[in-house]
Ligand binder design. Sequence first.
Ligand SMILES: Nc1ncnc2c1ncn2[C@@H]1O[C@H](COP(=O)(O)OP(=O)(O)OP(=O)(O)O)[C@@H](O)[C@H]1O
Ligand SMILES: NC(=O)c1ccc[n+]([C@@H]2O[C@H](COP(=O)(O)O)[C@@H](O)[C@H]2O)c1
Length: 184
Amino acid sequence: MPHMTTGLFVGRFQPFHLGHLATVKFALKSVDDLVIVVGSAQKSHEQRNPFTAGERIAMIRAALKADDGVDMGRIMTIPVPDVDVHSLWTRQVDMLVPAYNIVFVNDPFTLFLFRERGVKTVEPPLQERSRLMATEVRRRMAEGEKWQELVPAAVAKAIEQIDGVERVKAVTQQDYHHHNHNHH
Ligand SMILES: Nc1ncnc2c1ncn2[C@@H]1O[C@H](COP(=O)(O)OP(=O)(O)OP(=O)(O)O)[C@@H](O)[C@H]1O
Ligand SMILES: NC(=O)c1ccc[n+]([C@@H]2O[C@H](COP(=O)(O)O)[C@@H](O)[C@H]2O)c1
């Protein structure tokens, strides 16, 4: 039997944007199967995490199905809640996803936790990082600016169907710009 490789792509995807899509395609060049790990799965309805895990999974699947360059048969999308004990988080990942050979992520803390265990990691190249970050998508939504161009069309449609912009506005505090810290 040929050796199959499985990759993980870890993020919160709040929401899934064109940079994430580029990284999915980048990862699919070097692995057979890709597991998209939807992190902080228990979180929603807060400024940094407005969408539920189910909503994020629906957005990701809609975007990838609509893309001719992505074979859905190679993609799994699995929600993973956070864990208070950091040393157990990668173990929880292991419990929830199929065996994997490599992890694609740029978040330094997540990289550290996998590397400490000797797991192979790759930092995918960031596309147009000044625009293509979920924080910027949420900022534009909150401030009534044009955000649709930063996400796949299917994601924009999915967000409109659930009144996602209203959600983001409702959960955004006035001092938005001072509250973008990472809470791991
Ligand atoms: N512009 C981008 N180009 C390519 N890959 C990206 C880009 N932005 C994020 N990624 C990849 O997606 C992973 C998960 O990203 P995450 O869900 O935290 O998105 P984000 O845009 O950084 O979100 P936020 O601004 O909410 O922190 C990152 O570790 C990185 O590998
Ligand atoms: N202890 C933990 O629960 C733990 C540790 C490291 C990463 N994570 C998660 O991995 C994901 C990393 O993605 P981000 O790049 O979006 O932060 C986040 O959902 C983060 O919460 C969780």
